[in-house]
Design a protein around this ligand. Structure first.
Ligand code: HEM
Length: 286
């Protein structure tokens, strides 16, 4: 074998590669891997092989939700500062994260009903319904629900965070305020609405959006933002639907560990909408 030939069995470590890492920052230090990789505590007794999948899937979801909140909060701030282009950049990332969350369901769908049944007793009353980050994403997007705070009465930090979000304008509220500042005739009832309530359709606002969709070239930035927001809602619904499908194939019509009726309760979430005018306008286009 010539000197330049590639050895396909072994890669030689280059001289420059750090080997003496005793006193410098390592991959594990930077990422706090000791904490991250020691946070999986299966509870089944006797131990069930599939419980690790169940735990990891939830933990990875929570990490993606953490990033989603970071990006959505930033997008909302940028809209409040009338910086549309950077806000759109944030939403582009949001959509990719949502896609990861949705595609992840294929991994959990490998859990059979019998495998889940062996783990379920050890979950006791815990349920994804109690995910404070999921609820924070819903609040940020505009699906406010003060009743949800009661689920977090035991957790001061989570409840305080949700309480703050409940009283702040949502991403959509900030977009509509940006429209008003840009000269669009956004009705006063939209701008002065009680932001602690879930956002509800305002027919006069559909007229405003219809004008944008009637002439996209003249309103490109706003038009593009509307479509980005629809993408975000679309992805959110895809996540809900895949969750519903996985729950259906795993527990059928049994009640949830969180105490709800299960699939019937989850199916009703598919009727929720964050940006009603952006959907309503579609019947008017053309
Ligand atoms: C086999 C796996 C799963 C089953 C059987 C299941 C079942 C359920 C059920 C029955 C509910 C309704 C509330 C209740 O009564 O507990 C629920 C809610 C929820 N679950 Fe899951 N789940 C599973 C996996 C996951 C995963 C991996 C996540 C990721 C974080 C998740 C997040 C949620 C969220 C956010 C809700 C609240 C949804 C809403 O309010 O509409 N679930 N789940």
């Amino acid at each position: 074998m010539g000197e330049d030939a590639v050895d396909r069995a072994e890669r030689v470590l280059e001289e420059g590669i750090e080997r003496d890492l005793g006193s410098s920052m390592t991959y594990a230090d930077y990422l706090d891997l000791d904490t991250l990789l020691s946070a999986q505590h299966p509870r089944s007794d006797p131990p069930q092989h599939d419980e690790l999948l169940f735990i990891v899937q939830h933990q990875v979801s929570e990490l993606w939700l953490l990033l989603l909140l970071h990006e959505l909060r930033s997008a909302r701030r940028l809209l409040a500062a009338d910086e549309l282009a950077p806000a759109l950049k944030r939403l582009a990332r949001v959509k990719h994260v949502q896609r990861q969350l949705t595609e992840m369901w294929d991994v959990l769908a490998t859990l059979t009903p019998s495998e889940y049944a062996r783990i379920r007793p050890f979950l006791a009353t815990s349920s994804g319904f109690q995910s404070h980050q999921y609820r924070a994403v819903e609040f940020l997007l505009g699906n406010k629900n003060a009743d949800m705070l009661r689920v977090f009465a035991h957790d001061d930090a989570a409840r305080a965070d949700l309480e703050t979000l409940l009283h702040e304008p949502s991403l959509y509220d900030e977009f509509l305020r940006h429209l008003a500042r840009s000269g669009y005739p956004v009705p006063a009832e939209v701008l002065e609405r009680d932001v602690t309530r879930p956002y509800r359709l305002v027919p006069a606002l559909v007229d405003v959006v219809a004008a944008v969709y009637a002439d996209p070239a003249a309103h490109w930035g706003v038009y593009e933002t509307c479509e980005e927001l629809v993408d975000v809602e679309d992805q959110f619904q895809q996540w809900r639907f895949r969750h519903l499908q996985v729950v259906t194939r795993t527990i059928g019509h049994r009640a949830g560990t969180g105490g709800s009726s299960g699939v019937d309760f989850l199916r009703r979430a598919l009727d929720l909408t964050f940006f009603p005018e952006l959907y309503e306008v579609r019947a008017r286009v053309g």
